[in-house]
Every structure is written in structure tokens, then in C-alpha cells.
Design a protein around this ligand. Sequence first.
Ligand code: ATP
Ligand code: MG
Length: 470
Amino acid sequence: MLNQNKNLKLFKLISETAAENGQNVFAVGGFVRDLLMKRKAATDIDFVTEQNGIELAQKIAEKLNPKPKISIFKTYGTAMFRYQNLDLEFVGARRESYSENSRKPAVENGTLEDDQKRRDFTINAMAISLNKENFGTLIDPFGGQKDLQNKILRTPLEPHQTYSDDPLRMMRAIRFAATLDFKIEENSLGAIKTEAERIQIVSMERIMTEFNKIMLSQKPSIGLKLLDETTLLEKILPELTALKGIEEIDGQTHKDNFYHTLEVLDNISENTDKLWLRWASLLHDIGKAPTKKFVEETGWTFHGHEFIGSKMIKPIFKRLKLPLGTEQKFVEKLVRMHARPIALVTDDASDSALRRLLFDSGEDLEDLFTLCKADITTKNYSRQARFKENFEYVLRKIKEVEEKDRIRNFQPPISGEEIMEMFNIPPGREIGILKEKVKEAILEGDIENDKTQARNFVIKEAEKLRLKMK
Ligand code: ATP
Ligand code: MG
């Protein structure tokens, strides 16, 4: 299996070194899976030996030029180093037993088969021998190869036990299903449903690593629907599952905002790989559950859902341990602004309204429009095309205004210092008032974004404040 492999020389070296040291060695896990799937060039390779993994890593490293720096994790019996853009990890085969409250097992030395048994899925539990007597042979005790062909995720051991032992595996199952387009085997899916409660012993950071891989998959709704079906989603992001359902009063209904959101997420994923823009689409209507109301005459309304939704972003990011800096602010801003462009899709949208949108969205203008276009979920193709074109039209008009007025990344044409200098006044509230007036006048289109015009405007406005020129 390894004859054509571009790392063949390295594997031979590992093989020889292990033999010299009286050890055996196998490549295992994701590397074997991806090799059989012809999926992607390896970036990290895990090796298992039935003897001492740290010792083996040290012997191998000594033979490499330049000699790599080894990181050793004694408690796990693991050693790793980087070699030619590959992360190589060596570990002694282990046998695990779990306790009720932790996903960290008690570990003892074991055989290769013990080590394969403790792995999450049959497709991840295959090994390739690097030993002389059967170099390159696949060792597949749980039918991983067959499951790979049939695109099935199955646990090597009893699924309830497997998921209960380490509930992170539930997230991994769904992540692999989403990214590889595999089915989770029926008993396994059932087990995830019954063990879902156990997710609470997993750290939020680990949950989110998997969640974000689902978010970055080609069609994220596949993973999100599985998370929903297994009840994991309502435990992780109840604000989202709260959008589910359609209510009817007086024969009037509204759309199911949960499934609408998943469509928007899939739409946007066709146009962007930016994780946080995808998050913005996932959360764009999050304020619709708390704002839903039935009003006689108008029917269902979600008045203010953009604002309420934007206020929900920070607490959600905090709880999910997502980054609270620019990422959170970006999502918050897009959620708050996502209905703004639609209001400008009319022929009489004024230049000043266009300038205000440009000013408020700043460098996120394009992302905002990408979100708006993804938000079109009508199944009627001609309407879909027309709505998209409407947004393109607004965007073109904004760009025209932008060229004229340079509103994006707005820098006031006249500074506070200049104003103080003009009127010979110390810092004080007048400066702020005048600067705000200049900005407003530019956005309104009363003056251009230009120094002379701004200066003359300030002189006029200053008179009203009884300020005199020097
Ligand atoms: P990728 O690196 O492409 O995300 P991978 O399968 O290599 O996928 P890793 O997290 O690198 O995933 O783990 C390497 C191997 O370790 C897996 O293939 C699997 O055999 C095993 N493994 C990882 N996490 C678990 C777990 N929670 N429970 C059981 N086995 C696991
Ligand atoms: Mg890996």
C-alpha cells in the first residue's frame, strides 16, 4: 500500500529504526483513512508501537538531518516532532478504561488491537504495518475498509459505551458525516440520541472545534440537521432551535425560521469560506424567537429582531467560548445591519441613505451584501434573480457614491485641532458638536467630503455657537 507513497523513504527509515531497536511500528488513524480515500496529502501522521513510543521517536529523530526538536508528553507516552512539513507523532499502544465523570481514561500498555479498539470509528481504526515481515499491509480488524467504501461511520465497539466514554465522539461523528458526506450507522445514531446529555462533560472549546469544522463544510446544514436530530444542538445553541416551528393564527402563518436559517447558511457557504461570515448567517435571525408577535391586521411580526438579535451575540459567544474581539463584533454588526440594504431597494433611495449605509458598514459592506443575497430563499427562480439583481443595483449605487465622497473608512476632512486653532479655543464640547455636524452634513449631502467646504461650513455653524474666528 505504501509503494507509491511520497513518504516511502521516511517509512523505510522508521521501519529499520524500529527493527534495530527491537520494536514494531504501525501507521494508524486519519493518515490511513485519508490514504485509502485518496483524499488529501498527509499533514500529520500517527505511529503506534507495542513498545516504547518516546524511545522510538528519539531513535528516529537522531537519524534525521537536521535533527528535529522533539516534544515529549511523558504522561501520555507520546512524542512528536516536525519533519519536512509533517507532524509525526509516536505513541505506545494503549488500552483504556473510562470513569463516569471524565473523558480522560485510565491508560495501560496494550497491543495494537487494544489501541485500535479505543478509536472512535472503524474508518479511523485501521493501521498499516511498517514492519519488515509485512511492510505496507493493512490491518483492519473492524471492517474499516468496507465502511469506507459504503461511506458509513461505525464505532469499533458497542456505540453507547463508545459515546458515553468520550462524548466528544458524538461531535466527531457528525463532523465526519458532514465533511466526508458519510452516513452515521443506525445504532450509532440511536446511541448519540440517548447519550446526548453526556456532552456536558466535554469542554466548550473542544465542542466548538468540531462545530466550526461543521460550519466550514461544503453544506453545513447536513451537520446542523444531524446535531438537531440528535438533540445536541438544543444543548449547545438553544437560541437557534427556538426558531423552529410554524404557528398559525386566523389562518396566517410565518416561515419556519430555523430551516430558513439553514438555507441561508448553505447559500452563503457557496460564496464564502469566511468562518465568521458563515456564523453571521447562522445567527442573523436569532432575534426572531424573542420578538415574535401576532398583530391584528398586519399578522406575524418580528419587529426589532435585528437589534435584539445583535444584543444576543455577545452572551452566545461568551458561553460558546468563541473569540470576543473583532470576530464577535463583526457578527454582531452584521446581525444588526442585515435588514438595512433591503430598505434601499427602491428607486427613490436617496444618496444620503446610501452614504449612511456605507458609513455604518465601513469595510464590511461587501460581506453585508453577501449575507443579504444569501438571505433570499424564495424557490421562484425569476423572483430570486430579480431580488439578487436589486441588491447588485444598490451595491453599484453605493460604490458610485463612494467614489465621489470617500465615505468608507471616513476620516473627517477637518480635525479637532484645526477647529481649536481656527477659533482659538481649548478642548471642549463645541469641538465634538462641530465635528459631528460636519459628518452629518457630508452624509446628508449638504457639503462634499472636502476640506474647504468643511472649513466654510464650520465657520457658519460656529457663529450659531457664538464662536469667533481668531
Ligand atoms: P483530521 O485530522 O482529518 O481532523 P483525524 O481522524 O486524523 O482527522 P485526529 O483528531 O487527528 O483526527 O485524531 C487522530 C486519530 O486519533 C483518529 O483517526 C482516531 O483514530 C483517534 N481519535 C481522535 N480523537 C478520538 C476520540 N475522541 N476517541 C477515539 N479516538 C480518537
Ligand atoms: Mg489528524
